[in-house]
Ligand binder design. Structure first.
Ligand SMILES: NC(=O)c1ccc[n+]([C@@H]2O[C@H](COP(=O)([O-])OP(=O)(O)OC[C@H]3O[C@@H](n4cnc5c(N)ncnc54)[C@H](O)[C@@H]3O)[C@@H](O)[C@H]2O)c1
Length: 467
């Protein structure tokens, strides 16, 4: 198996990488897994040396989180949560590995059949840049637990922490070659998807790239999991607990600088409570501390790179032209710290006066921009919420338990949060409807996406012979 992986990825896990440099710290450096076991974890801008690690589990957690901040630009507070979610995921699937089981089926005449859950072979994981370490864990943990090998390609904008994960697996005793990191962009991803020895591709990224991955995989009849984009609705009814609804709207829009696939960026608010909702949500959005993501006090770091920042700001300008009103934010933000003045920061934005036909309401912005839309009735809002080609997530805030479950049933999305938003415990399956993809990550069900069933039929008597 290890040889099969090496065939797929000659020279993998080192390479010059394109780095997004969200904080303007370093770019175009070489990222290599470090051989020395007792190295301090340093990210050395002069040499571009990135490595790891000794220390207690909690020290390591902090070190990986810091690397993730530099990798991606998100706040250290969030990065720590990401690292926790990653190790919880690995522990969860390590626990499930021993519980993988088939079924026994009794047949007439004493014959019987049983099923075995077997690995697929070499699985490829391709990751997006918004949750680099977490995505690598979400894909590799179930893959390895089911007995597969994995070649993982992180986004070229965030190449660092997947290599750290490879080092951790190695330190934990995973044989060489069972989890490999290969760096690169579209070309590398294409080679992996087309390689005849690859049995499955698990992809996280945009819809256009997901379509290409599916097409390439189809040619080799490879299994595919697609975790794609979204434009999820968050519905706030007038009977909600307003304080929690406001918190939910902030959590649904501003984590990781708004660069979250399942964000509830279309916030539908029942007209009766619109003024109170807007007042509160705008007040709290303005209070979000944007700046150095390595500081504990910071709540919003830098966007991934300059083109993406410009794209997000462009969505805000277009929204204004189409009639939306900017209630706060939506501008480039320049921190006072001189070393951050060239960083890709922006102030979180709330848009009012939105209509369903506006670009900011229809397209995935993937930045800190919340569009607020008024509604009157449940029937109307569910119909409008479903009027999208995406279907990743959704949310509803109400105190009416019957309405909550009725709305959850009627929303066309892979997840519906009731009275909360954007919580992803590893025990709970995550994935999309419609063009947000298919297959699932997390939860027990994911073992079905990384394994195949063999049926063994056992005869206990003589063979029936018709000839
Ligand atoms: N559903 C989810 O779980 C989830 C999670 C995170 C991000 N996303 C989505 O990801 C998108 C943002 O991420 P992105 O900008 O990195 O997406 P992207 O599609 O540009 O890139 C994703 C990955 O695909 C690789 N890639 C690019 N072209 C390829 C090709 N032709 N063949 C194979 N691989 C190729 C990239 O190098 C990268 O590693 C958003 O749409 C977001 O919603 C979805």
């Amino acid at each position: 198996m290890a040889q099969a992986i090496l065939d797929v990825m000659p020279g993998a896990s080192t390479g010059t990488v394109q780095v997004s440099d969200p904080l303007n710290f370093w770019a175009g450096k070489r990222v290599e897994p470090r051989q020395q076991k007792n190295a301090e974890p340093v990210f050395e801008p002069a040499t571009g040396d990135c490595f790891f690690l000794l220390g207690s589990r909690w020290e390591k957690r902090e070190k990986i989180a810091k690397l993730e901040v530099i990798n991606n630009g998100k706040s250290i507070t969030e990065a720590l949560v990401d690292i926790d979610i990653a190790w919880q995921c690995i522990e969860y699937y390590a626990g499930l590995a021993g519980a993988l089981a088939g079924q026994h089926v009794q047949l007439p005449g004493g014959a019987f059949a049983y099923t075995r859950r077997e690995p697929l072979g070499v699985c490829v994981g391709i990751g997006a840049w918004n949750y680099p370490f977490q995505i690598a864990a979400w894909k590799s943990a179930p893959a390895l637990a089911c007995g597969n090998a994995m070649v993982f390609k992180p986004s070229p904008f965030t190449p660092v922490t997947a290599v750290i994960l490879a080092e951790i697996y190695k330190e934990a005793g995973v044989p060489d070659g069972l989890f490999c990191v290969v760096q690169g962009g579209a070309e590398t991803g294409t080679i992996l998807c087309q390689h005849p020895k690859v049995a499955k591709v698990s992809f996280t990224g945009s819809v256009p790239t997901g379509k290409k991955v599916m097409e390439m995989s189809a040619k080799g009849v490879k299994q595919v999991t697609l975790e794609l984009g979204g434009k999820s609705p968050l519905i706030i009814f007038k009977d909600c607990d307003l304080e929690n609804a406001v918190r939910g709207a902030l959590m649904a829009n501003f984590l990781t600088q708004g660069q979250v696939c399942c964000n509830g960026t279309r916030v539908f608010v029942q007209k009766d409570i619109m003024p109170q909702f807007l007042e509160e949500v705008v007040k709290r959005t303005k209070a979000i501390l944007v700046g150095d993501p390595l500081l504990d006090s910071t709540r919003m770091g830098a966007l991934i790179n300059k083109p993406h920042l410009e794209k997000v700001l462009g969505f805000v300008s277009q929204a204004k032209l189409q009639g939306a009103r900017v209630l706060c934010g939506g501008e480039r933000f320049v921190p006072s710290d001189p070393k951050l003045v060239n960083g890709y920061f922006m102030s979180p934005c709330v848009l009012d006066n939105c209509r369903d036909d506006m670009t900011c309401v229809k397209e995935e912005i993937f930045g800190p921009v919340m569009s607020v839309l008024p509604f009157d009735t449940e029937e109307e809002v569910v119909q409008r919420a479903n009027n999208t080609t995406f279907g990743l997530a959704s949310g509803v805030f109400t105190r009416d338990i019957s309405r909550a479950h009725r709305v959850a049933e009627n929303l066309e999305a892979g997840t519906c949060f009731i009275n909360n938003y954007n919580i992803s415990p590893v025990e709970v399956p995550f994935g999309g409807y419609k063009m947000s993809g298919f297959g699932r990550e997390n939860g027990q069900v994911t073992i079905e996406y990384y394994s195949q069933l063999k049926t063994v039929v056992v005869e206990m008597g003589d063979v029936d012979n018709y000839f």
